[in-house]
Ligand binder design. Structure first.
Ligand code: F1P
Length: 353
């Protein structure tokens, strides 16, 4: 599969808004069936699992699900579930396992489902892009982002579309029509945010001074920071690390230099604490880029760059809008370094053990 560098990744990043629209229709068409499935068994907790990007998606979903549904949730890499089942699956019978995998073929995720069932677990919800995959075949119910057929090894539109499916699932489980309406508005907002931020992202990422990237987020935005950091790593082979925002003070800030770009995803809940942190980081020589609902550089502690998304949506609905610009950040850094973001070094489309 040769060709121009990055064509697939670029197409998949830019095409994801149509995929979101299709995913919304796909899930909402099954709303009544999904509701019945979720009401079949009284589950007391939800465990989200996956590998790589799909694990980071699990982190976002597990942080958002309790806030929407009131049900306790956690996220674990699939390998941790099958290696340490006694610690990971403590509430036999009362757990909903949500297994997430673009391919539906990743061995660790399949093994996590197997061990869950062996230990008496019954409810498995699969979120994937492929109906005919082994994961979907083994699940009790599935949500498929079937428009997504990525050719790039790196997950972009698949991540955001499957995350949207997970968020819709929370809205449906809780009967939250208000949250569902917010999610329906995302494709239009996504396209607008992308149009507004694209030239800026391209310019910033071509700046060769930046060799080190730190991604900060708290709550549900931490998983997004992890995924954005992984995009930067995989595509551009740059040093990139995610942190819970306030954890950055506890050691990692020592690594800041004039070659660092800190990318902070600000949330309403944590902003009061995150703003002073950004002002502090400015003093250590790095540059700071903030993604936020709205705010100016001065209002945000004198940071260097701001992407304001002006969505009018709640914190948990709007997080998804940060992802396309953050994916582009990795893409353009890779292009500027002469790399091919479609095919990261040593990485395969599916990891089979
Ligand atoms: C998980 C994953 C991807 C990554 C690469 C290797 O895949 O880690 O996130 O981009 O393709 O596998 P999946 O289980 O979501 O298909």
């Amino acid at each position: 599969m040769r060709g121009e560098r990055g064509v697939h990744t670029y197409r998949e990043i830019m095409g994801q808004f149509a995929a979101w629209e299709a995913t919304l229709n796909e899930v909402l068409n099954q709303k009544e069936r999904l509701k019945r499935f979720l009401q079949e068994e009284e589950f007391e907790e939800v465990v989200f699992t996956g590998c790589g990007s799909s694990y980071y998606l699990s982190l976002v979903a597990a942080a958002a699900f309790p806030a929407i549904t009131g049900v306790r949730s956690s996220a674990l890499p699939a390998s941790e579930i099958f290696l340490y089942p006694e610690r990971s699956l403590m509430h036999k019978g009362a757990t909903l396992l949500v297994a997430i995998s673009r391919s539906g073929e990743t061995t660790e995720t399949l093994q996590a489902v197997e061990i869950f069932r062996e230990r008496g677990g019954e409810m498995v919800l699969a979120i994937s892009c492929y109906q005919e995959s082994p994961l979907v075949k083994s699940a009790s119910f599935s949500l498929i982002a079937r428009e997504v057929r990525e050719k790039s090894v790196v997950q972009t539109g698949s991540f955001s579309s499957m995350l949207l499916a997970a968020q819709l699932c929370a809205a449906i489980a809780a009967g939250r029509a208000d949250y569902e309406a917010e999610l329906r508005a995302l494709p239009a907002h996504g396209m607008r945010v992308m149009e507004e931020s694209h030239p800026f992202i391209r310019r910033t990422t071509e700046d060769e001074r930046y060799t080190q990237f730190f991604f900060l987020g708290s709550g549900a935005y931490y998983g997004l920071a992890c995924e954005a950091s992984l995009k930067m790593k995989e595509m551009s082979l740059s040093q990139a690390e995610p942190f819970h925002s306030l954890e950055f003070r506890h050691g990692p800030k020592s690594m800041l230099s004039e070659n660092s770009l800190v990318i902070a995803l600000l949330s309403d809940s944590a902003m009061r604490y995150e703003e002073p942190l950004l002002a502090e980081l400015k003093g250590y020589g790095g540059q700071v880029l903030v993604l936020v609902e709205s705010g100016s550089k001065d209002e945000l502690g004198g940071v260097d760059y701001v992407i304001s998304i002006h969505s009018g949506l709640s914190e948990l609905a709007r997080g998804l809008l940060f992802m396309p610009p953050l994916q582009l950040l990795g893409y353009y850094r890779a292009m500027a370094k002469g790399l091919n973001p479609d095919r990261p070094a040593h990485l395969d489309l599916v990891v089979r053990l």
